[in-house]
Design a protein around this ligand. Structure first.
Ligand SMILES: Cc1ncc(C[n+]2csc(CCOP(=O)(O)OP(=O)(O)O)c2C)c(N)n1
Ligand code: SF4
Ligand SMILES: [Mg+2]
Length: 351
């Protein structure tokens, strides 16, 4: 059975957000993934982030490709718009939907196979076009759904469950996202909800192309000694550069850090991001510096996590195309068709 519904009843005392919704209102159907799969923890972080952001479920569109990771949108936001597309093709479907209706919040969910192998071209062009979205890859280094072949993000020398070594160089989606113009770039770990939830909140609120690569171990095919995407390996090599707290404009500040280690960024909607620096020298607004830092740490085997880069004044695809304020799907025929006199003028100018 691939679809299991959840019972609708819930405890009357469940906490509610500002809209009067409970956590349950942001859930989806029961997961059919393997018990312990990292992807389920990411779904739970998405649910919490949307609950805390007070997102009206009908204002969000979740899109995915094919893979265990791409199945996950079925397990959260059951009352949002959803589109499960073809393997590696989610980015172009999301781009089209965003062009037609820029009023929705777009969440693209993908896997390392879906985005770094078959869908690499789609991923790259969607980000470089500046589509306003949060794009999450649930990165386990393998094709989980088709039983554990190495994906393009598997590290060189990493061992498969059967013992074979990967001889190919890995693609680093974080480095690539920065290179091609993503204006919010982060890496996290499915086992670190404290870091992941505020990153998802900030990414969903970012008005430009936001990307989070979440290392998400596949317990069935890539969680053994020798795998560089296992829970143990990532826990041992995880180096967080900062700790992010997403502050609602009305919330009182409760986080306590040593003076001088916290910087604040006010977002367009009035909310604030508080960034606790764990590496004093690290500046997430310096794109070139961030790219160099990432390469340096990767060369000594560290997995850098946290908010890696953010442009505080991003522009999106609609700004670049100079589209009208009203979403295109709400324009009527009269507004869309300038009439034969205007057409004649255009034709004349081309003769
Ligand atoms: C066009 C096409 N090619 C190949 C497949 C077979 N296929 C299904 S899922 C998948 C890989 C999924 O890997 P990933 O995106 O990393 O997701 P995971 O299952 O690891 O979460 C492949 C190759 C397919 N469904 N469609
Ligand atoms: S095969 Fe791997 S990725 Fe797929 S559900 Fe199982 S643990 Fe998760
Ligand atoms: Mg995968």
């Amino acid at each position: 059975m691939t679809y299991l519904t959840k019972p609708k009843f819930h405890h009357p005392a469940l906490p509610k957000n500002n809209l009067g919704f409970t956590h349950r209102d942001y859930e989806g159907s029961i997961s059919t993934l393997c018990a312990g799969c990292g992807h389920d923890s990411i779904s739970s972080a998405v649910i919490q982030a949307c609950f805390e952001l007070n997102i009206e479920p009908h204002r969000l569109a979740k899109l995915s490709g094919i893979g265990c990771s791409s199945k996950t949108p079925d397990y959260f936001l059951g009352q949002s718009h959803g589109f499960n597309s073809v393997h590696g093709r989610m980015p172009s479907v999301l781009t089209g939907a965003n062009l037609a209706n820029k009023d929705l919040i777009y969440l693209g969910v993908s896997g390392d196979g879906d985005s770094a192998s078959i869908g690499l071209g789609q991923f790259v062009h969607c980000v470089r076009r500046g589509v306003n979205m949060l794009y999450i890859t649930e990165n386990n280094g393998v094709y989980g759904l088709t039983k554990g072949q190495f994906s393009a993000t598997a590290d060189k020398g990493s061992k498969s469950k059967a013992g074979g070594a990967n001889n190919d160089s890995p693609l680093d989606l974080v480095g690539m996202a920065m290179l091609i113009g993503a204006t919010f770039v982060a890496r996290s770990f499915s086992g670190d909800k404290q870091q992941l939830v505020p990153l998802i909140m900030a990414g969903l609120s970012h008005p430009g192309p936001a990307f989070i690569d979440v290392i998400s171990p596949c317990v069935a095919f890539n969680n053994h000694p020798g795998s560089t995407k296992s829970f143990d390996f990532v826990r041992e090599h995880n180096e967080a550069v900062n700790r992010l707290d997403y502050m609602d404009p009305r919330a009182t500040i409760t986080v306590d850090y040593a003076p001088g280690t916290v910087s604040e960024v006010t977002l367009h909607d009035g909310s604030t991001l508080r960034l606790a620096k764990l590496h004093p020298e690290y500046d997430p607004h310096d794109r070139i510096g961030a790219m160099t830092y990432m390469q340096q740490r990767a060369s000594v085997g560290e997995v850098v996590t946290g908010l890696i880069y953010m442009d505080p004044a991003p522009r999106d695809m609609h700004a670049a195309l100079n589209t009208v304020d009203v979403p295109l799907n709400r324009l009527n025929e009269k507004e869309l068709c300038p009439g034969s006199a205007a057409l004649e003028k255009i034709n004349a100018s081309l003769r």
